[in-house]
Design a protein around this ligand. Structure first.
Ligand SMILES: Nc1nc2c(ncn2[C@@H]2O[C@H](COP(=O)(O)OP(=O)(O)OP(=O)(O)O)[C@@H](O)[C@H]2O)c(=O)[nH]1
Ligand SMILES: [Mg+2]
Length: 368
């Protein structure tokens, strides 16, 4: 097993683009993959972007190109390959056989980050479930302990080897038990929501792309101190804070897990009970990072996940956060692109009063 205390894991990253993805998008996805890898504390030895003309079932890309990349990873003494497309269990095995090092895809990277971040029992249950669903058909995959905080908390307890030994039936039984435990949590949450609704307290969920500033906004609005970090997926648990609005009405603001392009399905499923907080809210504040040049793609990705969660119809306010980092012109452009959006800054508190009064009006309107 790898000893991270001595040396960082060296990762070779590979992104692809073909006729369906434009190079620009592929480049930004590749940058995002690099941020994900860095979040886990990996050292990136190379970041390749490959134009794929032919695809083989064996590797997902052409055999010649695959061999070339495996060779390059060897030259650079990489400890693992991170590929930005979905690998089937067989493809993953083929890559590992050829490159001789663990090979993972974006999904596994994200699941590992979630595993690293899970603090509460609920989040841990959900991450473990997603990890097991992923690893069930991959019991022969070379697992590597990528997490910065050691302990390999995803999948079965302990490190990679035990996963290999774990037999299918045992994994399936564990999955079943986890599903029951999560169902229990879900029921509790539903009960809490019911009680809240009975008392006429509305919930307002902050949703949006990872790193947009949801937790920062929650803190700025409610004066709380939720964990904020310039890293992807800082938040995994739906923290809520009560706030008395100027009308005297109490509302609950809920912070949520950030979204990302190509969010693994296993995770969306596993985190359904957490994410349900968004679909059951009276109002969503869709937080956008106005300073990110990918803001439109991030908006689209978030809307897609919301629809998938059945939250597509919940009333929404768009908050253009980090307005302190953009020029007035750009802000105007964004306001035109997202009609009705409110420019705010969690940092300087600019626009927060507007956001709150709009929130209040919308909440009052929704209870009429
Ligand atoms: N300049 C500036 N930085 C901000 C603002 N809001 C948030 N940030 C920074 O953006 C980074 C991400 O903020 P978070 O609040 O953790 O973002 P999040 O949306 O909760 O992220 P996840 O929980 O990872 O999905 C942090 O480094 C914040 O300090 C803002 O209004 N202006
Ligand atoms: Mg957060």
């Amino acid at each position: 097993m790898y000893n991270l205390e001595e040396k960082a894991t060296r990762a070779a990253l590979v992104g692809v683009y073909d006729g369906t993805t434009v190079k620009e998008e592929a480049e930004s996805l590749s940058e995002e993959l690099a941020s994900l890898a860095k979040t886990l504390g990996l050292e990136i030895v190379t970041r390749e972007l490959v134009h794929v003309r032919e695809k083989s079932a064996k590797y997902g890309i052409g055999t010649g190109k695959a061999a070339e990349l495996a060779e390059r990873a060897k030259e650079l003494e990489a400890d693992c390959l991170v590929l930005d497309w979905e690998l089937s269990p067989a493809q993953q095995r083929n890559w590992e056989d050829m490159a001789g090092i663990p090979t993972i895809d974006r999904r596994e990277l994200i699941i590992q980050i979630f595993a690293d971040r899970a603090k509460t029992r609920e989040a841990s249950l959900q991450v473990e479930l997603a990890g097991l669903h992923y690893s069930l058909p991959r019991l022969s995959h070379k697992y590597i302990d990528l997490s910065r905080q050691r302990g390999g908390r995803y999948g079965t307890k302990g490190s990679g080897e035990t996963k290999l030994e774990t037999d299918r039936r045992q994994v399936q039984m564990r999955i079943h038990r986890l599903e029951l435990a999560i169902e229990e949590v879900r029921k509790q949450r539903a009960l809490q929501r019911e009680q809240r609704e009975k008392r006429g307290i509305n919930a307002c969920a902050l949703v949006g792309y990872t790193n947009a500033g949801k937790s920062s906004l929650l803190n700025a609005i409610t004066g709380s101190e939720v964990f904020v970090e310039d890293e992807l997926f800082a938040t995994l648990d739906p923290t809520s804070r009560r706030l008395r609005l100027s009308s005297g009405k109490t509302a609950i603001f809920v912070d949520t897990v950030g979204f990302i392009r190509r969010l693994p399905h296993d995770l969306v499923d596993a985190f359904r009970s957490t994410l349900e907080e968004a679909s059951r809210a009276s109002l969503l504040i869709h937080v956008l990072d106005a300073a990110d040049h990918e803001v439109e793609q991030q908006y689209d990705a978030t809307i897609r996940v919301l629809e998938e969660l059945g939250a597509g119809e919940v009333p929404r306010i768009i908050a253009l956060n980090k307005s302190d980092r953009v020029l007035a012109e750009r802000l105007e452009e964004l306001c035109a692109r997202f009609p009705g959006a409110i420019a705010v800054s969690a940092k300087t508190r600019a626009g927060l009063d507007v956001l709150l009064s709009e929130t209040e009006q919308r909440l009052i309107a929704s209870t009429l």
